[in-house]
Design a binder for this molecule. Structure first.
Ligand code: C2E
Ligand code: MG
Ligand code: MG
Length: 623
């Protein structure tokens, strides 16, 4: 019943907070109350008796004194809320009963002027409690009800009072009704303003906690959600996601398209079962809070299915795209420390998932506490390059039919780096690019690798980034280096990614055509990772496409991927290109892609990249 009167969302805790706030405001109200108290005392002394007026003053001051005492009890947070509510209720009921009684005494005792003054004071109390206390429903109720009853008694007695002349009775009733109407209007306005303020405050709070594009939590409110969950002591998982190919996609198709992708990812995260809160942490980064499944196996399965759900093809206005995602996750109990530490751990695991290209990684305190900052890499990299510690590794690429080595891919390595673990190429290559040392890195590793081509028929595949391509001295320097080692450009494959088509397309195409004219072969690396693959085949002067390992991973489970693979291979052949596949980790995958007509295979099953210390020895499948 109380809930019905006070409202369904009424809580004891909120009432106490409002109550304390009111108590603070009442101190400001003190002067007004003092003047009202003395006015009433003077009226009582004039129309009733001095003793009654004195009693009134004593009672009011007693009430104010108990208020001070009771307030202290109310602020005592060691007491349970119910025990703190009692002094609060005692104080407000005492106060309002006192004022209402005295107004009734005045009404009954005094002449016409006293009656009107008493009525005005009483209605004043009503306005006061309805507006001033409008935040506290309980206080409005406790002070308002006696005052309302008092007003009703006054109106009833004014209309029947035999000592009043007809004129006075009319004046008293009109005055009381006018004041009551004013009161009703005041209450109405007060309530309306309060409701508006509340809904505005709720809206502002919601907006402040929301990411405007996706409607998910923003970073700050996600921290709060995780914190609230951590306090409840329930077991939970925090995962951090970063979309793999969002930025180039956004550059290529524009922001409206990017927004569609982000909104779709947000929708998938939010609607995934088991997700308690999802947030956009900025750009293309998301985080989720999930209830922890009962055991490790179930948790791993759950996180992997969440990843698959986000990474599944996205259908939007521009077509169907595969954006891909890397995800790191952590069980809250694996981290000791504040919530920020838990979220940071999930972020660190996500970065590892990205560099190791494993899609999903659970935070591992041993591995991940050795995460290397890019500033540390920047300091160490140039020194390592200058002192010959940046090494070339070669990975074989074989013919799909006869399994003989046709080519080697040159991959960079940083062994004996001095860090707790050796940084992966995807960690230090962006650093080399920032430092403007990418070309220097290539010349260093090429010098190590070129001698291994002597006496073989292998080609050498080198990875070239768009920034290298556009530098005017790149091709002449490359040719000069090859000449020094007696290797013709016809034995070199330049591996470029779709990134070359995102900026300066015409310029990049011109450089690639020039390279081709010099005899180099051009390979489109990481094909099938997404957003514009088929268009590339037409745009770029290509000799070969290399299907990405992400593509291969889906091959066994998805009939759709198999169809795309078949179509891509036959399209490449029709356009006069060869087709190779990377990431072959099992004989089974090798068999499938060979059956689909792929020409060349690369992957751990064929041979792992091996650092060149001297001449490479590939025992397994060497020609
Ligand atoms: P990429 O050119 O696509 O190279 C293939 C990557 O896949 C290599 O990773 C290789 O070690 C890995 N890989 C090969 N077979 C398998 C497999 O069966 N399973 C799995 N899981 N992975 C396999 P790595 O060496 O870490 O290089 C990553 C990327 O870094 C390369 O991708 C390339 O884009 C870039 N990169 C590597 N070396 C160089 C370099 O010398 N110069 C430039 N510009 N980029 C380089
Ligand atoms: Mg490559
Ligand atoms: Mg690749």
């Amino acid at each position: 019943m109380w809930r019905r009167i006070l409202g369904a969302d009424w809580t004891l805790e909120e009432e106490l907070t409002i109550g304390l706030d009111l108590v603070r405001r009442l101190k400001v109200d003190m002067v007004g109350r003092l003047i009202a108290c003395l006015t009433v005392a003077a009226l009582v002394a004039y129309s009733a008796s001095i003793q009654l007026a004195a009693l009134w003053i004593v009672l009011v001051f007693l009430n104010e004194f108990t208020e001070l005492k009771l307030n202290r009890r109310m602020r005592d947070e060691r007491l349970p809320p119910r025990a703190r509510l009692v002094p609060y209720l005692v104080h407000i009921s005492l106060g309002s009963a006192l004022w209402t009684c005295m107004c009734l005494v005045l009404w009954g005792q005094g002449d016409f002027v006293d009656k009107l003054t008493a009525g005005a004071i009483l209605v004043g109390i009503l306005i006061h409690c309805s507006l001033f206390y409008s935040d506290s429903r309980l206080q409005s109720l406790v002070t308002g009800v006696p005052a309302l009853l008092g007003a009703a008694v006054m109106i009833a007695s004014a209309s029947t009072d035999p000592f009043l002349t007809d004129r006075e009775r009319t004046v008293a009733c009109v005055a009381l009704f006018t004041l009551s109407a004013y009161l009703a209007f005041g209450v109405y306005m007060g309530v309306r303003t309060r409701e508006r303020l509340r809904s505005f405050a709720a809206k502002t709070a919601r907006l402040a906690a929301q990411d405007p594009l996706t409607g998910l939590h923003n970073r700050r409110s996600f921290f709060e959600a995780v914190e609230a969950h951590a306090n409840s002591r329930a077991k939970f998982i925090v995962a951090f996601l970063d979309l793999d190919r969002f930025k180039p996609l956004n550059d290529e198709f524009g922001h409206a398209f990017g927004d569609q992708v982000l909104t779709e990812v947000a929708r998938r995260l939010e609607q995934s079962p088991g997700v308690l809160a999802a947030a956009r942490m900025g750009g293309d980064e998301f985080a989720v809070l999930c209830a922890a499944p009962s055991n490790q196996e179930a948790a791993t399965r759950f996180m992997s299915s969440l990843h698959d759900c986000v990474a599944a093809l996205i259908r939007c206005d521009a077509g169907v795209v595969s954006v891909g995602a890397s995800m790191g996750w952590v069980r809250a109990e694996a981290v000791t420390g504040p919530v920020s530490e838990i979220i940071h751990s999930a972020d660190v695991a996500m970065r590892r998932a990205k560099t190791e290209r494993v899609n999903v990684a659970e935070f591992d305190p041993v591995i991940d506490s050795t995460s290397i900052t890019s500033s540390a890499l920047e300091i160490a990299f140039s020194q390592a390059l200058a002192t010959g510690r940046i090494r070339a590794a070669l990975q074989p690429i074989v013919s799909a039919t006869c399994k003989s080595v046709v080519s080697m891919e040159l991959l960079v390595r940083w062994p004996e780096s001095g860090f707790a673990r050796d940084p992966a190429p995807l960690e230090f290559i962006p650093v080399a690019e920032r430092l403007g040392l990418l070309n220097e890195m290539l010349w260093t590793t090429l010098r190590q690798a070129l001698p291994s081509l002597v006496g073989t028929s292998w080609s050498l595949a080198i990875n070239v980034s768009p920034s290298q391509l556009t530098s005017s001295y790149f091709l002449p320097k490359l040719c000069a280096l090859l000449e020094q080692h007696g290797v013709s450009p016809g034995r070199i494959e330049l591996e470029v990614t779709e990134q070359v088509t995102l900026r300066n397309v015409a310029e990049n195409c011109a450089v690639l055509s020039e390279a081709r004219a010099l005899g180099f072969r051009i390979v489109l690396d990481d094909f099938g990772t997404g957003y514009s693959s088929l268009a590339m085949l037409d745009r770029l002067p290509l000799d070969k496409i290399k299907l990405d390992q992400a593509f291969v991973e889906e091959l066994k489970d998805r009939a759709e991927t198999q169809k795309i693979l078949k179509a891509t291979v036959s399209l490449a052949h029709e356009l006069g290109m060869k087709c190779s596949v990377e990431g072959i980790e099992s004989a089974e995958t090798a068999e499938i892609v060979t059956a689909f007509g792929c020409d060349q295979l690369q992957g751990y099953w064929v041979g792992r990249p091996e650092i060149l210390l001297q001449a490479p020895v590939f025992l397994k499948l060497a020609s």
